[in-house]
Structures are given as C-alpha cells and as structure tokens.
Design a protein. Sequence first.
Length: 143
Amino acid sequence: MQDFNWFWVDGESLAEGGVVRELAVMAPALRSYGVDLRLENVNRPMVGDIEGEYVVAINDRICVVWAPEEVRRDLDWETATIRPLAVINDLLEEAGVVPRLFTLYAGVNEGIAWLLDPQIVAAVADSRLFPSSETPALATHRT
C-alpha cells in the first residue's frame, strides 16, 4: 500500500455538478484501504440555478454539496470540495484505516486532496517550515 496519494480537486468543476465524476478518480486508491466508493447524483441543479440544493450520495450517505445560501455567499466551490471529502473521511475511519483526506487550496480550480497519514500532516505543521496556508487541512464537516 502507498503511504499517500494525491488528487486534483477543481472547486469549480465540483460545484458545477462534477462531484461524482471528480471523486470517481479516487476510487482505486480508496479501494486499497477497504473503501469501495459508490457515488450517485441525487439532485443536481443546472449551473446558475440556485433554487435547489446540489446533493450526492456517497455510499448511500446523503451529502449536501452546496445549498443556495452558500452560492449566494460565494462558498459553493469550497463546500463542494470539502463536504464530499469529509464523508469519505468518515468512511475511512469506519474502515479502521489510518489515512484521511486533507486539502490544500480547497475551493479553487487547482486544489489538491492528499490521502495521508495524519501524523505526516502533524509533523509538517509542527516543523513550522511552511506557513499554515501551505499545510494541508483535514476535510471535515465543519466548513
């Protein structure tokens, strides 16, 4: 098993209906940790339509990718990146494995998701060699 994997996470693409497509790229790496990723669009409003919520199911768990209020506050790219990854982190925890998904530049076109041992991130943060803006952040349900 690899110690880490990384993936591009394009906040714009994710927010505009691409969660299922974008996260499917992670499936092989997650499978190696015992998480068989199943993704489904539940409600996908058209781009620019902020009357409904964008909702996906990740292994039968409902994930509100963004709600109209987040679109109005220009938070849809960030929430579309972090919320689905937080659900995957729940699945990794339930599988009893160590790695979690951490983000760098969440909510921009060239964001990155790292599948890492949390001790690696802690060591990077503790080293103070990088500013906090360059230290990966754990994808959690608190956005």
